[in-house]
Design a protein around this ligand. Structure first.
Ligand code: MLT
Length: 269
């Protein structure tokens, strides 16, 4: 089923009663379609919800004044609307920032956490200055130039050379976003808080996945989260950079499905 609530577009599928629903939160500046290989597999025996973060995909861009706090408000609103008391949150990069802040603000809404190609630390000053330059460049040169440069930073050279379907789909999802949505999200990312101190309090089972060639949120950032989390496992995904779920869906899904079986068994007692 597809729907929209308060400007947030979502899809909801899979059987009820197969464990806590899994809510997929995509990375910047993509949309929920990036989860297609996971939605197909996980929805075979679990309820799955995937949505477009405000300013992305089919969700509304609104006034472009975003924060991670607003994105968490949207997530909680969607959980309430979908009558989901507790969910497994699965977020990639920006989706991970949102999931981590949701875990800090509303731990009682989580039954598990999957952190993909993400980190708990905030932007450095250097990264904030770079985001400001990107906003200026999007205004001056438009979204297509930004999309072509961004895509090169998130995929391995091998993916770029040999998997045009992945590159094309990601490019199309960036191109469908408005300059307002992209710039507003860059400001939200730059202003996000540091969730590192909250990691020690996350008591639900947590899975960390990261592409071995991820340069944006490198494996070292995942290892740092692993050390701070009470109940976590980390797997490095081979032949993948920042979009590990798309670049190596076979290994990514194997790890994700095994984790969900364990999370369901833990939740049953
Ligand atoms: C993402 O993939 O969500 C972004 O690259 C995250 C970021 O720029 O920090």
């Amino acid at each position: 089923m597809e729907g929209a609530v308060n400007g947030i577009a979502f899809e909801d599928s899979g059987p009820r009663g197969g464990g806590a629903p899994v809510v997929f939160i995509h990375g910047f500046p993509f949309d929920r379609t990036m989860w297609e290989p996971q939605l197909r597999e996980v929805s075979k025996d679990r309820r799955v919800i995937a949505y477009d973060v405000r300013g992305h995909g089919r969700s509304q861009a609104g006034d472009g004044q975003y924060s991670i706090e607003l994105f968490v408000d949207d997530l909680v609103m969607l959980l309430d609307h979908s009558k989901v008391e507790r969910a497994v949150l699965c977020g990639l990069s920006m989706g991970g920032y949102i999931a981590l802040r949701a875990a800090e603000r509303q731990p009682e809404r989580l039954s598990g956490l999957v952190l993909c190609d993400t980190k708990s630390g905030p932007d450095t000053d250097e990264a904030r200055i770079k985001r400001a330059a990107t906003i200026a460049a999007v205004k001056k040169y438009g979204v297509p130039k930004f999309a072509n440069e961004f895509i090169k930073a998130v995929l391995t050279e091998e993916t770029l050379r040999t998997k045009p379907a992945i590159t094309g789909a990601l490019l199309n999802s960036i191109l469908a976003n408005s300059p307002l949505g992209i710039s507003g999200t860059l400001l939200a990312l730059a202003a996000r808080t540091d969730t590192t101190a909250a990691l020690a309090k996350i008591s639900v089972p947590t899975l960390i996945l990261v592409g071995e060639q991820d340069k944006i949120t490198p494996p070292a950032a995942s290892e740092a989260m692993l050390k701070a989390l009470p109940e976590a496992a980390l797997h490095v995904i081979p032949d993948a950079a920042h979009m590990s779920n798309l670049e190596n869906p076979a290994v990514f899904n194997e790890r994700l499905l095994a984790f969900l079986i364990r999370e369901k068994a833990a939740g049953a007692f």
